[in-house]
Design a protein around this ligand. Structure first.
Ligand code: FAD
Length: 405
């Protein structure tokens, strides 16, 4: 029995425990996580950890001593299978049960799998856990050709690292531009050109038929709709996640694509909160649209919101979304959410590899994508939070600092 039981030892789960202790919570806390490791940062799995620039120790969210000193019990390598909201208890896959006063559900999601034939072949990978990254790294030596399915951030980051390793990389994107789900056309075209300049074969409007393999069930290629087969010793599938909410939904929580939460991250079940990638919430920076936000910012800030609410606070979730992506020597930083924009303004010349894309709706700044433009990123925050409607010619002029607008 724990006063607060956290399910999921990732970004949100770790931060929930940190925030509870920071805010002087004195009750008992445990984190149940199905991965064997202490909470670690996930973004480096397609960046500095994958490229070998950072060891695993350096991506731990906190060292082991931190959790021990703060009396946070780490129940690792254990998976919650079901939740009994009336009995205030969860059951693990080993059959044991753990009681709770409050439950914080912070389970993220699992990589969405292909459904076509060959999706199970060895050499086909999703990227979500350290185990996934290590498995890919273990196959690196025998790998020459890599096909990345999905031109989102994770796929493109992996492609950048792999091309640096000297692999022949093909990116297959079903839509007519990369990053279509998250960014405007200017940014998509810029990254498409960068990847091509680094030798990556970016194929748009790509229709994958199936994955083909040898008689050892090892991948050998990706077959396209027109019959061509792109040779591959490794396939990386980056087509989004499926939120890990099945036990909560089975217990009666409202939701579907994620679990529904209110502005304090409460689910519809008593004493159960949900945070991070799996939490479907009305985001104040998306005009109140209900979304799941897959970012470290959202996981951390929702964790803090839930922790404070458990301690009797009444601050609703209201944090400016931000995000980043590293590809080659390009650091993209995003402030705000661009969804629903009706106009974009490019600030600076993409050819200089330092510029920003400003997203507007009815003249109001919704978001900025800043590529090697940290000043715009820092100064753009006030434009997003203030919902400012600046003069467009000034916005487009990189010589005019955003803070003056
Ligand atoms: P997670 O960190 O995924 O933690 C959930 C944990 O719960 C996992 O360990 C999972 O195995 C465990 N779990 C699931 N079900 C159960 C269960 N039933 N019982 C026990 N444990 C369970 N975000 C950014 O902002 N910037 C980036 O640059 C960026 N890059 C990324 C790169 C990669 C390769 C990936 C995978 C993600 C990236 N993200 C990035 C997204 C970011 O990592 C996530 O938004 C963040 O991890 C969400 O935190 P979370 O706590 O909701 O879930």
């Amino acid at each position: 029995q724990y006063d607060v039981l956290i399910v999921g030892a990732g970004h949100g789960g770790a931060q929930a425990a940190v925030a509870l202790r920071q805010n002087k919570f004195e009750g008992t806390i445990a984190i149940v996580g199905d991965e064997p490791e202490l909470p670690y940062e996930r973004p480096p799995l397609s960046k500095e950890y994958f490229s070998g620039e950072k060891s695993f120790d350096r991506i731990l969210i906190r060292p082991a001593t931190f959790w021990a000193e703060r009396n946070v019990d780490m129940l690792l390598g254990k998976r919650v299978e079901s939740v009994d909201p009336a009995g205030h208890a969860v059951t693990l896959t080993d059959g044991s049960t753990i009681g709770y006063g409050k439950l914080i559900w912070a389970t993220g999601g699992a990589p969405r799998k292909l459904t076509c034939s060959g999706h199970h072949l060895s050499g086909v990978h999703g990227v979500r856990t350290r185990e996934d990254a290590d498995r890919m790294l273990g196959e690196m030596e025998r790998t020459t050709n890599v096909v990345v399915i999905g031109g989102g951030y994770i796929g493109l980051e992996a492609a950048a690292v792999l091309s640096k390793f000297g692999k022949k990389v093909t990116v297959l994107e079903a839509l007519d531009r990369v990053l279509a789900r998250v960014a405007g056309e200017a940014l998509s075209r810029f990254y498409e050109a960068e990847h091509r300049a680094h030798g990556v074969d970016v194929q748009l409007g790509a229709k994958v038929d199936c994955i083909v393999g040898d008689d050892q069930d090892r991948v050998t290629g990706v077959q396209m709709h027109d019959g061509t087969v792109i040779p591959a010793d490794m396939v990386i599938v980056g087509i989004g996640i499926v939120p890990a909410v099945e036990p909560l939904i089975a217990a009666g929580a409202a939701g579907g694509n994620g679990v529904d939460v209110d502005e304090y991250c409460r689910t519809s079940l008593p004493d159960i909160y949900a945070i991070g990638d799996c939490a479907m919430h009305a985001n104040p920076f998306a005009d109140g649209a209900r979304i799941r936000l897959e970012s470290v910012q959202n996981a951390n800030d929702q964790a803090t919101t839930a922790a404070k609410h458990i301690l009797g606070g009444t601050d609703a979730y209201h944090a400016v979304p931000w995000f980043w992506s590293n590809q080659y020597d390009l650091r993209l930083q995003t402030m705000g959410l661009s969804m629903g924009y009706d106009e974009t303004i490019v600030r600076g010349d993409p050819a200089n590899r330092s510029f920003s894309v400003v997203y507007l709706k009815n003249g109001r700044v919704l978001a900025l994508d800043c590529v090697n433009a940290v000043k715009d990123y820092v100064q753009g925050k006030a434009l997003v939070t203030g919902g400012v409607s600046p003069d467009k010619a000034s916005l487009a002029d990189p010589e005019i600092p955003l803070k003056s607008l």
